[in-house]
Ligand binder design. Structure first.
Ligand code: FAD
Length: 244
């Protein structure tokens, strides 16, 4: 059976749909003081005149008005990224391909040259910092180790499938570098909570040190927030990237 192994070095984030916008943040907040007249604020043209309100909501962490919108992504990422992403439970919906009902494709992750990976002097957990690898031999060895283990793992997976056993058991030999596809839907509030933890911004109120590949995915999602919800995005940055 032996299928050809494919290698990928990127995380593919396809923005599929985006519903709502800054105007819905305003409209949601305005019901508090305007009742039915809050409907007048659903006009996207009126968002800009209320940028101060959006900033106020962000600054004082009035978060619920940021929940009346949605973004959907289709993401192709290695399992080690999904292990981290799926920890975000609140305001996130997921549907992932199954290792029980389909044969997993032989697509595996290899880091690009230049991926920061060498521990800095005095490296410590909690603030893990890495430098780019200046030694080509290290990168070549890492890549070789990964390629070899991916190949043997996938061969064993195929052999397990040939035994006719439960595919959910046959996959036990596969490594976390294998890719998986997943739908992700979230709202601006939950996305900002995700971005605050999964991006590294030295000027953020709480500086996070995310996994490089996790940050690549988060940054791709961040673009959708920036484009679809520009006032919200500006307020998020202006207030230290603290999710409301
Ligand atoms: C740099 C970094 C390193 C990490 N290292 C580890 C690690 O070594 N081991 C590990 O296990 N995890 C680790 N994590 C994962 C982390 O502990 C969280 O699981 C993950 O960041 C999701 O955050 P969250 O719970 O705030 O998100 P969500 O689950 O989306 O929750 C969002 C918010 O809802 C509220 N909330 C959700 N559930 C509850 C609850 N049960 N009770 C009360 N309030 C709730 C909280 O305010 C929470 O912030 C790491 C995360 C980062 C960013």
């Amino acid at each position: 059976m032996t299928r050809e192994i494919e290698f990928k070095s990127d995380i593919t984030v396809n923005a599929i749909q985006s519903m709502g916008g800054d105007h819905m943040v305003v409209a949601a907040a305005k019901v508090s003081t305007c009742g039915n007249d809050a409907l007048d604020f659903t006009d996207p043209e009126r968002a800009n005149e209320n940028r101060g309100l959006i900033n106020y909501l962000m600054k004082h962490r009035h978060g619920t008005p940021f929940e009346h919108a949605a973004m959907t992504f289709f993401v192709h990422a290695p399992i080690f990224v999904w292990r981290e992403w799926h920890r975000h439970r609140i305001g996130f919906s997921y549907n992932e391909e199954s290792g029980r009902y389909k044969t997993l494709d032989p697509i595996f992750y290899l880091p690009k040259y230049g991926r920061p990976m060498m521990k800095v002097e005095g490296w410590k957990p909690g603030r893990p910092k890495f430098l780019k690898c200046e030694d080509d031999d290290i990168h070549v060895s890492l890549e070789d180790n990964l390629r070899r283990s991916y190949k043997i793992s996938y061969e064993m997976y195929e052999r397990n499938l040939e035994l006719g056993v439960d595919p959910g058991l046959a996959r036990a030999c596969l490594p976390v570098g294998i890719y998986s596809g997943c739908w992700v839907t979230c709202n601006p509030r939950s996305l900002m909570a995700f971005l605050s933890l999964r991006t590294h911004e030295p000027n953020a109120t709480a500086v996070s040190y995310p996994l490089h590949e996790m940050e690549l995915a988060a940054r791709a999602c961040e673009e959708t927030l920036e484009v679809g919800y520009p006032l919200t995005y500006q307020a998020f940055n202006a207030n230290g990237r603290v999710a409301p």
